[in-house]
Design a protein around this ligand. Structure first.
Ligand SMILES: Cc1cc2nc3c(=O)[nH]c(=O)nc-3n(C[C@H](O)[C@H](O)[C@H](O)COP(=O)(O)OP(=O)(O)OC[C@H]3O[C@@H](n4cnc5c(N)ncnc54)[C@H](O)[C@@H]3O)c2cc1C
Length: 389
């Protein structure tokens, strides 16, 4: 990755935030031939926030058609993305558990099949033959997605930053953007802790902080929600997925787990509004996890938690990403609101953003669904959707 030594006073594009959103957009712009850009990151190193602290699950099962398209395209790209000769996606497959009757399974499967994603419905007896560890879980039916998997998130992020740097979009860390310089509602530059940079194009990819810069009077209604992850070990003989087994995600009970080293990574799908930053761990999250495991996966009730952390997922009110030009500030572009699907979708989101920035029209997705000015971006709560990531 190219890191600039002297701080430039001018750039063709300034991207704010070196998480998946900023890095994937910078890499896609570099791939498309754009040079002379700056990727500014407030922290000393990239990946300190959501992009380095997530569950690394590549999940294609989505209910909203536009998000489904983005997830499927994202996983397709992850599947062929190599960093240092190694694939970033391990296609372990994913098993989604449901507690009710298979009422909406056909709709979910039709969506996946419509995109050519292999997937099928499993009733408990068949599921437990194919995946014996499922005997330890309570569920009424399951959807099996063999092409889902686990992402090497650190490899992916560093590979994207390297790709951006090779295209001369240079990373500057320890450099916070304090404000956007506006002249007649047009972007004219950014003020940073390293000095001012003149530019007419700014990409706000600042994750939990997104939607405020340049829009002090009317920030985009993005909300960071805290979520906890745990690493632990199940008791001797417990029926759990091990090594390269698929991840298991109960979309109705709201918990997931996957192998992590010799143990498990677990999540109770908690979400609590939280100010941007690094949240402290709340002991109530471990209690919620224990409660869900006891009810829905009793064999895991005695899991010994070794490590816990919390981080922020940032959502628009309709839980779709925000990718597009600002409708008030000319020259300001947003790539934010990647919620709980940023690792899955970032390669597709970065490519979509780069296409729009360069004035193109993407053929494969209805980009207007993600526009910052869509009606669903009216201020309000991020509405929880059944089984949303
Ligand atoms: C607990 C948890 C589990 C998750 N699990 C999954 C999963 O399994 N699969 C999946 O696909 N997704 C998952 N996600 C979601 C995924 O991690 C996010 O969608 C993604 O990382 C968001 O990327 P980002 O670049 O928008 O934000 P971030 O990674 O937060 O990056 C934003 C960057 O902007 C920088 N920044 C902010 N303001 C400024 C400023 N003014 N100047 C300079 N820099 C600034 C920040 O320091 C930060 O580095 C999970 C998220 C969490 C929290």
């Amino acid at each position: 990755m190219e890191v600039v030594s002297g701080f430039p006073s001018q750039a063709d594009v300034v991207l704010i935030g070196a998480g998946f959103a900023g890095a994937a957009t910078a890499a896609a712009l570099a791939r498309a031939g754009m040079t002379g850009g700056l990727l500014l990151e407030r922290e000393r190193q990239p990946g300190v926030h959501a992009s380095g602290r997530n569950a690394a699950i590549a999940r294609q099962l989505e209910r909203h058609p536009a998000l489904l398209s983005l997830a499927v395209d994202g996983v397709r790209r992850l599947g062929s993305h190599m960093v240092d000769g190694r694939p970033v996606l391990d296609r372990t497959g994913g098993i989604y558990l449901f507690q009710g009757t298979p009422d909406d399974a056909n709709g979910l499967l039709a969506g996946l099949h419509g995109h050519g994603v292999p997937s099928g419905l499993l009733l408990p007896a068949d599921a437990c033959v194919q995946f014996p560890f499922l005997r330890g879980f309570d569920f009424q039916y399951a959807i099996w997605c063999p092409a889902d998997g686990i992402v090497d998130i650190h490899g992916l992020l560093s590979g994207l930053l390297a790709e951006a740097g090779e295209g001369r979009i240079a990373l500057v860390t320890d450099c916070a953007v304090e404000s956007i310089v506006l002249e007649n509602s047009r972007v004219a530059g950014v003020r940073t802790t390293h000095g001012e940079v003149r530019t007419c194009l700014v990409v706000d990819a600042s994750g939990a902080w997104a939607g405020h810069l340049g829009r002090a009077g009317s920030p985009l209604p993005l909300k960071p929600l805290r979520r906890h992850l745990f690493v632990g070990e199940a008791g001797e003989g417990a029926e759990v997925p091990r090594r390269s087994a698929p991840f298991v995600w109960d979309l109705d009970a709201g918990y997931y787990l996957r192998p992590e080293g010799l143990g498990l990574l677990l999540c109770a799908c908690d979400e609590t509004e939280h100010a941007p930053g690094v949240p402290a761990v709340d002991p109530a999250a471990a209690e919620l996890l224990a409660d869900k495991l006891l009810r829905f996966s009793p064999g895991l009730g005695d899991v010994a938690v070794r490590r816990a952390w919390a981080c922020l997922r940032t959502f628009a009110p309709d839980r779709l990403p925000v990718i597009g030009w600002d409708d008030e500030i000319s020259g300001l572009f947003h790539v934010s609101g990647l919620g709980g699907f940023g690792a899955t979708t970032c390669l597709a989101a970065g490519d979509l953003a780069a296409t729009l920035i360069r004035g193109g029209t993407p053929e494969w997705i209805h980009a207007s669904e993600f526009s910052p000015k869509r009606a669903a971006m009216m201020p309000g709560q991020a509405v929880p959707r059944r089984g949303a990531p």
